[in-house]
Ligand binder design. Structure first.
Ligand code: GLU
Length: 409
């Protein structure tokens, strides 16, 4: 398995090689400001005590409080969280929100825990982190396998531990009654879709010709697939963690959703051909949307990708070796730090509403998200054209210019 933090540093270095940055700034960007690792004792339902390992990495807060999700996954480790924290710092600055970069996680397969065990685990993480997080310090959010339910537990536990009157703004992605923002649940997919529409125009591909494949049927992948379907795009491939399906004539995404609800997987969908997740990435399509986990494209399979463009809705799906292959093959890769920034953008709106005690309508949130994503894509695309570099390099440069300015200020 590749080390995601080393990959993130390679991305940083590639961008830094294209433009002059202050060397002290670059040195600071290569190391997180702070890393916290904790042991979380959890009394399991059977009375046994288990100790889980939890993390928070605070990468950079020059532009605002550290910001980023918490991930529950059996493979989560400090290097992954470090990479994700660095990407959050870049991501927040790509979209120009007043937030820095952080990330958290717990090494756990949440599917093996009961709801009560998950609640005790989440409250344990929060209690141990209660002096580390805060509305002006560090604001967590959902990520892989964490949902508004976990965010509500965090807000509640943090309030108990600190009595902070601004406790609602300590975490985003909460349920609406607990102070969540309208539109946050679908924000990552919605933002990805706005970027997709902008990309399609920049690449001059007609709507009818623009077939898509989506890898992953979690929060973001599911919403992207739904929006493609709703807007009349032909979705030819879909997958979840168990495997994928392909139909060159197009899939009825809502029927696939129903099928998954009844059968636990998208596979064996009537009229479609089963494919593995690896095969899915090599299907004939115009835009390929990896929306699952990191490290999906390597030098080897990148040379076999048939898509005309890639939109990274997952964090870190493309290794630096694969990036080189895509670059030489002229396949634009719209990077995670832009393509999936819709989630943290609406998180920032939620944080703002909580701090000001306001409630914005779904339309207000949607409109602000659309204009933020469009402006970010335009800024990155202009940089790409000016420097004749990849979209990822351009996105890193746009973000690094903003962070450097904030650090010097
Ligand atoms: N986990 C999401 C991400 O990777 C959202 C983070 C947030 O809302 O703070 O961007």
């Amino acid at each position: 398995m590749q080390n995601p933090f080393e990959n993130a540093l390679k991305q940083l270095d590639r961008a830094a090689a294209l433009q002059t940055f202050n060397p002290d700034f670059l040195l600071r960007m290569r190391q997180p400001n702070r890393e916290i690792q904790i042991s979380i004792p959890v009394k399991m339902d059977n009375g046994e005590l288990r100790i889980f390992t939890g993390y928070r990495v605070q990468h950079n807060n020059a532009c605002g409080p550290y910001k980023g999700g918490i991930r529950y996954h059996a493979e989560t480790n400090i290097d992954e969280v470090r990479a994700l924290a660095l990407w959050m710092a870049i991501k927040c600055s790509v979209v120009g929100i007043p937030m820095g970069g952080g990330k958290g996680g717990v090494t756990v397969d949440p599917k093996t825990l009961s709801v009560g065990e998950l609640e005790r685990l989440t409250r344990g993480w929060t209690k141990a982190m209660s002096d580390v997080i805060g509305s002006e310090k560090d604001v967590p959010a959902p990520d892989v396998n964490t949902t508004p339910r976990e965010m509500d537990w965090i807000a509640d536990e943090y309030q108990k531990a600190t009595q902070d009157p601004k406790y609602k703004a300590v975490v985003t992605g909460k349920t609406i009654p607990a102070g969540g923002s309208l539109g946050r649940g679908t924000a990552t997919g919605d933002g990805g879709y706005f970027v997709f529409e902008g990309l399609r125009e920049k690449l001059n591909v007609s709507k009818d010709a623009c077939t898509v494949v989506v890898q992953g049927f979690g929060n973001a992948g599911h919403q992207m697939a739904e929006l493609f379907f709703q807007n009349g795009y032909k979705v030819v491939g879909l997958s979840d963690s168990k495997g994928g399906i392909y139909n060159p004539e197009g899939l009825d995404v809502r029927a696939v959703d129903e099928h998954k609800k009844n059968n636990g997987s998208v596979q064996n969908f009537p009229g479609a051909q089963n494919v593995t997740n690896a095969e899915l990435l090599e299907l004939e399509c115009v835009v390929l949307v990896p929306a699952a986990l990191e490290n999906q494209f390597f030098a080897d399979n990148a040379s076999r990708v048939k898509a005309k463009a890639i939109l990274e809705v997952a964090n870190g799906p493309t290794t630096p070796e694969a990036d080189e292959v895509f670059k030489s093959r002229g396949i634009p890769v719209v990077p995670d730090v832009l393509a999936n920034a819709g989630g943290v953008t609406v998180s920032c709106f939620e944080w703002e509403q909580n701090l000001k005690d306001e409630v914005w309508t779904e339309e207000q949130v949607g409109e602000k998200l659309r204009s933020t994503m469009q402006a970010a894509l335009d800024a990155v695309w202009n940089k790409k054209m000016a420097l004749n570099c990849t979209v990822r390099e351009a996105a890193f440069i746009v973000a690094m210019e903003r962070i450097e300015k904030a650090m010097i200020a």
